[in-house]
Ligand binder design. Structure first.
Ligand code: HEM
Length: 510
């Protein structure tokens, strides 16, 4: 069967992706710009059978990012049809071509699986699911209090408080460990941090994720998110008629139920508090949720949809990026040391740095940029360009062609990033003219539909890193071997990561 599906190409798959030559120079059927534009039909394409074989029998279902590298860089070139009716794009130049021709109200494509749940249960759409002019108005509203640098800095105090509790928790976990410095499953701890942090901004309330015992409702919510994301790819890929026949749909719906029940409970509680203030003529105090709730254009069902989507988007993304960061720093002591020195130079010791100070440390920013290049937390993204037919890479595409952006393959392109599998924050420190191509790594997306939480995510990540690095030297677990990534909608570590947090104030820190 393998021979039938991959007549002359299957040898490629025997090489581990991490060491394979990855270069956008592999442009087998890529036309030069002098040629007459070709059409969709001229593109190299993956058959649906091949895709199924790769996903199911070769196990790429969980490693879609690796499949991007195999298919786009080694087999089909930087633009091809991917077996699901989309056009895959995997070079910085082609990505730029598509994004610069994007619609006024960009669309990521079919979100019907997410919409179906909201329609079934009577919830409104949030920034992910909303489209067209309604999406645009919603984004205008959300951007004001979240995306603009000045407005995001106002959350510095809230995040600092959560970070302080997180470092206390790390200290407690270390003390409980047999060696006095070990934290097991760091990803889980960072997940709790990210959830506590984004919830404290959105709901203006603490959830208790960083306490010794996590409240039961919070744990149910965490489990519900995991369940929804785990079943999400199957729901997107499988035809609608199969939903009620196979178990994934039931699990998917149960996951969403848990997510919305939790978010709705917190929103309703806040609303009650606001109503009490109004009834007793007290000033209504608050930040994000209060701002949305007091916006008369938003119905309650839209508030539920919006806050829930913000909450969802703000947890796995930040926590996984932080997990990969600590993993890389533990494996690269010289980089960690440089970061420690720079942080110590920029910030006065033993003082909680302000949000403004923290966003101005070049090496800290470079470390996060490099982590997001190596592990783009959203490894696949897309656009459907509906307004005009467009030409990309010398091919002419009709309106409504769905494009899939292979961000993992793009940010591992050898021509843009020499030694793409090596962690080198210095890449991002050069002067503006010699920085890597702008579209080589776009972890937060591009344009008006890019990540609304970017500023908050950066602030959270910088703050927690500064606190950790000032207090601890982070060392790897010697028992841990190579660590691969899995695609679970976002890019996650394949196995739990344990780390040693050696207190710098003790003599045993190197
Ligand atoms: C490391 C952290 C994060 C990364 C790498 C990240 C990345 C992304 C990416 C790639 C997109 C799609 C952009 C596009 O299509 O062009 C996106 C969208 C989005 N992100 Fe983030 N994100 C992060 C954190 C957050 C946080 C903390 C929040 C919430 C406060 C958030 C909320 C959203 C929302 C609501 C959207 C949809 C925007 C829209 O469609 O209008 N993200 N993010």
């Amino acid at each position: 069967m393998a021979v039938w599906l991959f007549p002359r190409r299957c040898w490629l798959l025997r090489y581990p992706v991490a060491v394979a030559h990855v270069s956008s120079r592999v442009t087998s059927s890529f036309p030069t710009f002098q040629e007459k534009p070709r059409s969709l039909a001229d593109l190299p394409h993956v058959s649906t059978m091949e895709l199924i074989y790769r996903m199911v029998f070769q196990g790429f279902y969980n490693r879609i990012h690796e499949l991007q590298v195999c298919q786009s860089k080694q087999q089909y070139g930087p633009i091809y049809r991917d077996g699901l009716k989309s056009v895959s794009v995997s070079s910085p130049k082609l990505l730029e071509e598509v994004l610069r021709k994007d619609d006024k109200f960009p669309s990521r494509g079919d979100m019907s699986a997410w919409k179906d749940y909201r329609d079934m249960k009577g919830f409104g759409y949030g920034p992910f699911t909303e489209e067209g002019e309604r999406w645009y108005s919603l984004r205008q509203l959300l951007n004001k209090r979240m995306l603009h640098l000045k407005s995001s800095l106002q959350y510095g105090g809230t995040i600092n408080e959560v970070v302080r509790d997180f470092t206390k928790r790390i200290q407690y976990l270390c003390q409980c460990s047999p060696t006095g410095d070990r934290v097991t499953d760091v990803a889980n701890e960072l997940y709790l941090f990210s959830l506590e942090s984004i919830a404290s901004i959105l709901f203006e309330a603490r959830l208790g994720c960083l306490e010794k015992d996590i409240p039961a409702g919070t744990q149910d919510f965490i489990n519900a998110i995991t369940q929804m994301f785990k079943n999400n790819p199957a729901v997107f890929i499988a035809p609608k008629w199969s939903h009620n026949l196979l178990p994934y749909w039931r699990r998917y719906i149960a996951g969403w139920d848990g997510i919305f029940t939790f978010a709705k409970g917190l929103i309703d509680k806040k609303l009650e508090a606001i109503q009490q203030c109004v009834e007793t003529s007290l000033d209504v105090q608050g930040e994000y949720l209060t701002y949305l709730l007091s916006n008369t254009d938003m119905s309650m069902k839209d508030v539920y949809g919006t806050i829930t989507e913000l909450l969802l988007a703000g947890v796995d993304t930040t926590s996984n990026t932080l997990t990969w960061t600590l993993h890389q720093l533990s494996r690269n002591p010289e980089i960690q040391n440089r970061l420690y020195k720079e942080v110590s130079t920029f910030l006065p010791a033993d003082q909680s740095p302000s949000a403004t100070e923290i966003t101005q440390i070049p090496y800290l920013r470079a470390v996060i940029k490099e982590v997001l290049r190596m592990y783009p937390v959203v490894p696949v993204n897309g656009r459907v360009v509906s307004e005009n037919s467009i030409s990309v890479g010398g091919y002419q595409f009709p309106k409504k062609t769905p494009f899939l952006f292979c961000h993992y393959a793009i940010s591992h392109d050898e021509d843009t990033f020499p030694e793409p599998f090596t962690f080198k924050p210095e890449r991002w420190l050069r002067d503006e003219n010699s920085l890597p191509a702008a579209f080589g790594s776009l972890p937060f997306g591009f344009g008006v539909r890019s990540c609304v939480g970017r500023r908050i995510a950066e602030l959270e990540m910088y703050m927690v890193l500064v606190h950790l690095i000032r207090q601890y030297e982070i060392k790897p677990d010697p028992a841990m071997g190579e660590l691969r990534a899995l695609t679970r909608t976002v890019l996650i570590p394949e196995q739990p990561i344990n780390l040693h947090f050696v207190d710098r104030r003790c003599d045993n820190a190197a």
